[in-house]
Write a protein that binds this ligand. Structure first.
Ligand code: IVH
Length: 611
């Protein structure tokens, strides 16, 4: 993308992000999934990083999120509660490390402290002389809301700091003078502990169940649930929500000086252990990683166990472990250089649709496949997704060049669920339906009320390949050991044209093929021979006749058996029989209507002995 195109895209992204921000924060209407909004913000951030002179103070990337409510007293933070930059891939993480190296003008590959990124609400706790005096939300980053009364209902927040034993501090690596200073700060100074208030998945589900039963609106996610629970005027409501608090930062001050990072406590992992000693909950998964490769291992491990954790997390926060470096690296824009939120990819993502290609299926149907800008959805990178058929393209109103939302649910292949039409620049192109088959250039046709366009060429290589591949596949006759590659080789070499030809393959035919020896040929023939005895209805199903599923196949098998009194049937016997039946005879069977009968007729019309 050149700078002019970049500028156009940046303008569109800003408009779109701002529109949904306004709806959500001012009108209380969620008009875009927060994950998708994050995607767009991250694209905007990358573009602004490529063209820094296009950054404007009103860009959504310059915002520290959060508003201060009038309901509570305001509280100014001793140092601002800033935000974090987001990374979504290993490449983003390497880029971050490189940016820091460039900034420091030296190779910078530090140890990192990796923490779970809890999905709740940030809270600042202020302990004066060891006693909890204030609890405040982040608010707009500079000024938050004083919610001290409410946070005192959270049982994992100590109302006064635990006084450690010297030995405990020695054990985490503090030196005698540091221990002495720390005791002074706990007893006489000010210690601010920042962290995340979270609601367990269990409580969240219980509240939503109750809301459903009482016809009340359900809470969108645990984060919103925490915010709602903390901003209650009646603390009893907060108390009933069983909230938890986990510490992720400690700021030390005397009554007239905030200590620099790295003073007294030199490492982030030590600060985390100290929080535990002072009486806070800490996460036992948090860990020091020697390099980015170790960070990636940590990330994968956490992603795997994510569903089994009691609370929601949305990634890992990767922090430079040496706290002195925090001062050196400092802050840029809205977030620090010394840490990064390495987020899990959502089950949904926004990406660009570059092109549409048409794939020929086993029944000759042409399926549109979207070629996408690669994007991570639910942990895997996808670059293709099905658009199903023409109706789906019409329904979505999608064009080439559009920004689309792809979604995956469970193990299902990802699909395009929405088009972000407001991001169009006017350069998007209509998706044209093909006039000929992309495989064989044969004629294609859309018949009757069908949604699919089909290749009409009976000998279309792609159609044959797919129909035979279906025949041998696990869901049909399961010729374990005879995959699409071999089928392709057989068709290319003229051994077979349809599934029934499989049964007339001879050993010498196989031996004439590349990479075929005696043993391999014998194995394949044995496999085919065994499958000749497969049940009649599975063979009929495996033929892949359009509209003939397993149940219709059972009905056809019954009809065949009533009229053919043999013990063993060959596929050619089946073709022979059905090619001679007419549609009326087929429709005499209960449950078979004109659509199915004409499809059966169509399939068998060129088969049988007259072939
Ligand atoms: S450090 C500069 N560590 O994520 C902010 N934040 O997306 C320093 N969060 O506002 C935050 N878990 O509320 C840090 N282990 C963790 C965290 C964490 C969750 C939240 C935090 C922050 C938000 C940024």
């Amino acid at each position: 993308m050149n700078k002019t195109e970049g500028k156009k895209r940046i303008d569109k992204l800003r408009q779109e992000i701002d529109f949904h921000r306004y709806n959500y924060h001012v009108l209380d209407k969620e008009t875009m999934d927060p994950f998708i909004l994050d995607n767009l913000k991250s694209e905007l951030f990358k573009l602004e990083n490529d063209y820094p002179d296009l950054i404007t103070p009103d860009s959504p990337t310059q915002r520290v999120s959060g508003e201060v409510s009038e309901k509570f007293q305001k509280s100014t933070h001793s140092i601002p509660m800033i935000s974090l930059f987001d990374a979504f891939s290993e490449i983003d993480m390497y880029d971050w490390q490189e940016r820091n190296s460039n900034y420091l003008k030296r190779d910078f590959k530090p140890n990192y402290y990796c923490e779970l990124k809890l999905d709740g609400l940030a809270l600042n706790l202020r302990f004066e002389k060891g006693v909890l005096m204030l609890g405040a939300t982040r608010g707009n980053g500079k000024v938050g809301e004083n919610i001290t009364t409410n946070i005192k209902t959270i049982n994992s927040i100590p109302l006064k700091l635990r006084i450690p034993k010297s030995q405990e501090l020695k054990d985490i690596g503090l030196k005698s003078d540091e221990i002495e200073e720390l005791f002074y700060l706990i007893e006489e100074g000010i210690i601010e502990v920042r962290g995340e208030v979270v609601m367990s998945k269990k409580t969240f589900n219980e509240i939503n169940l109750r809301n459903r039963q009482n016809d009340k609106a359900e809470l969108a996610n645990p984060r919103n649930a925490v915010a709602g629970s903390l901003r209650q005027l009646d603390s009893k409501v907060t108390a009933s929500r069983n909230l938890d608090f986990y510490a992720y930062d400690i700021i030390l001050s005397t009554d007239n000086r905030i200590l620099e990072r790295g003073e007294v406590i030199r490492k982030r992992d030590v600060a985390d252990k100290l929080a535990g000693i002072l009486g806070f909950r800490i996460l036992k998964d948090n860990n020091v990683c020697k390099n980015l490769e170790d960070v990636f291992k940590f990330y994968s491990k956490v992603e795997e166990k994510r569903d089994n954790l009691p609370m929601e997390i949305d990634g890992v926060v990767v922090k430079v472990n040496d706290l002195k470096m925090w001062n050196v690296l400092g802050i840029v824009g809205k977030a620090p250089r010394y840490m990064m939120a390495y987020k899990f990819s959502a089950e949904k993502a926004a990406t660009k649709l570059h092109d549409v290609i048409w794939q020929v299926g086993r029944t000759g149907a042409l399926t549109p496949i979207a070629v996408l800008e690669p994007v991570k959805v639910g942990g895997t990178t996808i670059s293709r997704s099905t658009l199903h058929n023409l109706d789906e393209i019409k329904r979505l109103g999608v064009k080439k060049g559009d920004t689309v939302i792809v979604e995956r649910s469970g193990d299902v292949i990802p699909k395009i669920v929405e088009v972000l039409k407001d991001l169009r620049l006017g350069e998007e192109k209509e998706i044209k339906t093909p006039n000929t088959c992309p495989m064989c250039s044969g004629r294609v046709e859309k018949t009757g009320d069908e949604v699919a366009i089909r290749c009409l060429n009976k000998d279309c290589f792609a159609v044959n390949l797919r129909s035979i591949s279906h025949f041998v596949s696990k869901s049909a006759l399961d010729f374990d050991g005879l995959g699409p590659k071999l089928i392709e080789q057989f068709i290319e070499n003229g051994l077979i044209k349809d599934a029934s030809d499989l049964y007339s393959i001879k050993k010498e035919d196989l031996l004439s093929l590349e990479r075929f020896g005696e043993k391999k040929a014998d194995n394949i023939l044995e496999l085919i021979r065994k499958k000749e005895e497969a049940s009649l209805s599975s063979i009929i199903y495996a033929l892949g006749v359009r509209h003939v599923g397993q149940e219709t196949a059972d009905l056809l098998a019954k009809l065949f058996k009533e009229n053919n009194h043999k013990n063993n049937y060959k596929i050619t016997d089946i073709s022979d029989y059905f090619s001679k039946l007419d549609e009326e005879e087929l429709e005499e069977i209960e449950d078979i209507g004109p659509k199915v009968s004409s499809s059966i007729k169509e399939y068998f019309k060129d088969t049988g002995t007259q072939k």
